[in-house]
Ligand binder design. Sequence first.
Ligand code: KDG
Length: 356
Amino acid sequence: MKKLFSFLAVALLALVLVACGGGSSENGESGNNGEGNGENESASGEAEHTIRAGIGLNKDHPQYKGLLKFKEIVEEETDGAIKVETYHSGQLGDDRSMTEALQLGNQEVTIPSTAPIANFVPEFSVFDIPFLFPNEDVADEVLQGDVAQGLLDKLEEEDLVGLAYWENGFRNLTNSERAVETIDDFDGLKIRTMENDLHLEAFKALGANPTPMAFTELFTAMQQGTVDGQENPYATIYLENFYEVQDYVSNTNHVYSPFVFLMSKQFYDGLNDEQKQIVSDAAKEAGQHQIELNREANAKYLEDLQEEGMEYTEITPENRQEMVDAVQPVIEDFKEQIGPETVDGIMQAVEDAQSE
Ligand code: KDG
């Protein structure tokens, strides 16, 4: 009798493992996606390792196209020894829950903005300092520098490995109530922010009524009027169809958000040295590809948003300066929490990059 129970238990376990590990293309597309193999089909042979990679944005966003590039490189370079399953649109959870899943070894890759990462490593909030980066060139220079690279090293203390910076981009305000041209226009607007205290306090200093919320809940919150507006790069605003529920967009450019390509430390430590080098190089190479696509998208979609009926308001330098002045006390308040060394280091790196 005992043998029968053992057999049944093993059979049941095998069935469960097949069901969970099938990696069926939950993305809605199977087969060749033009970027190599089917999104959840490995290149060839039996995979030694499987990477479950989940993001919050949808399959049309450069973030997902970058992830498909990562998959293509890793499966080719390892000849299928490492298989990459790709999931978009929060299919595996929101930024915070997916990052926690990496810490527990229940997922292998996610690519959140730095803002939610600050809940795990507070120093990452340095990138949420409003108006920190004046342009993309300075952002590139600083993110390749020692201070930004040093922040990636801190992730290991949280059972995470930061393999590369990717790009979300300059964030701009949208809302359904009014055109925002001056700081006074923020007054009382219910603005969704990422789950990050600095963002929350900065929007309070601007006069808004901010609410922290996971990205996966945002569209519904705007649709139902729970919030009046949000702030994201144009690529996200357009590709996530926010124009369907938002009427006004302003080029506030108030924060440049990097993404971080995060890998579970448990998983990373289980790879051999060659495989570690492959996934690390692939995250960087796919990141360059993603940043190129992201720049093209963010440059293109403002016009498309206006074609979809959104009213665009240009923020003048004078009006932006009023916003910069209003948030300075918040930056001082958060300097201690982020770490004075990190804040001063990034500020110096920005100054150095601008003087080149
Ligand atoms: O998966 C990444 C998204 O969650 C990213 O867009 C985060 O900018 C973000 C937001 O507004 O939550």
